[in-house]
Design a binder for this molecule. Structure first.
Ligand code: GLP
Length: 241
């Protein structure tokens, strides 16, 4: 694992945008595994700016997102599809048909999970997977569990995740279920880029990368991947190195 220590969120975002941009420059039809949440927002802003300036070309790139809330459609402002359109896809020249997320309103969860695994396989796997880190060590929506999950599946969100995400929902109920890419799909990505910012993530970051590999801390499995780049700001890395 390579660790890039940055001074703050902005610096972390620049490093992440540099690495994602380099991936697209080196392989114009790269398959990017993308994430939502507050961690990637700065990197997405920089990618938009670079694309607008003509420095990056996403016309052949493909994007496969990690997860989506069950029960939310693409027009719902808290759906991850909406987030991706607003923060990235609507502002770069990626063809809409090259962007993929699970369908939150799919009527048959099992069929939806199988469809999504077929999307990943059909793209030839993921070249660079971007990951944030949940406060309980989740990646995507792979919550702490007794075993590591395989492919795309539907998960019941834990109370900690519901609590963390309630800031986005106001009065409205936070969804209780989500679709997520599984741990083995994530681990099959050829390169993984983890971005972590802020003191609130310091403890879980240490558990994930310096503690035992256990499904109780899902991100700890990343210790077994041979090409992980961790970009963390100084507060997030304060207990790790
Ligand atoms: C959410 C998402 C994850 C994300 C994580 C951290 O629950 N499903 O993909 O990485 O929480 O979010 P944030 O970056 O806002 O801390």
């Amino acid at each position: 694992m390579r660790i890039f220590r940055t001074k703050d969120y902005e610096d972390m975002s620049r490093q992440a945008a540099n690495l994602l941009g380099a991936q697209v420059l080196l392989k114009p039809d790269a398959v990017l595994g993308l994430a939502t949440g507050s961690s990637p927002l700065g990197a997405y802003r920089l990618l938009r700016e670079r694309c607008e300036k003509g420095e990056l070309d996403f016309s052949r790139a493909r994007a496969i997102n990690l997860d989506e809330y069950c029960g939310l459609g693409p027009q719902h402002p808290q759906s991850y599809r909406y987030f991706m359109q607003q923060n990235l896809f609507d502002h770069i020249n990626i063809p809409p048909e090259n962007t993929h997320l699970p369908h939150g309103l799919a009527p048959d969860p099992a069929a939806e999970c199988a469809r999504y695994d077929a999307v990943i396989a059909g793209a030839g796997g993921i070249d660079m997977q971007l990951l944030g880190l949940g406060l309980n060590g989740h990646i995507g929506f792979n919550e702490p569990a007794d075993t590591f999950a395989g492919g795309t599946h539907r998960v019941a969100l834990t109370q900690s995740t519901i609590q963390a995400n309630s800031r986005f929902f106001g009065e409205e109920e936070v969804p209780r279920y989500a679709y997520t890419m599984g741990i083995s799909s994530i681990m099959q990505a050829r390169r993984i880029l983890v971005i972590v910012s802020g003191e609130s993530k310091a403890q879980i970051l240490r558990e994930a990368f310096a503690g035992p590999v256990t499904p109780l801390v899902p991100a700890s499995v990343l210790q077994l991947h041979r090409d992980v780049i961790l970009v963390g700001d100084a507060p997030a890395l304060s207990l790790l190195c």
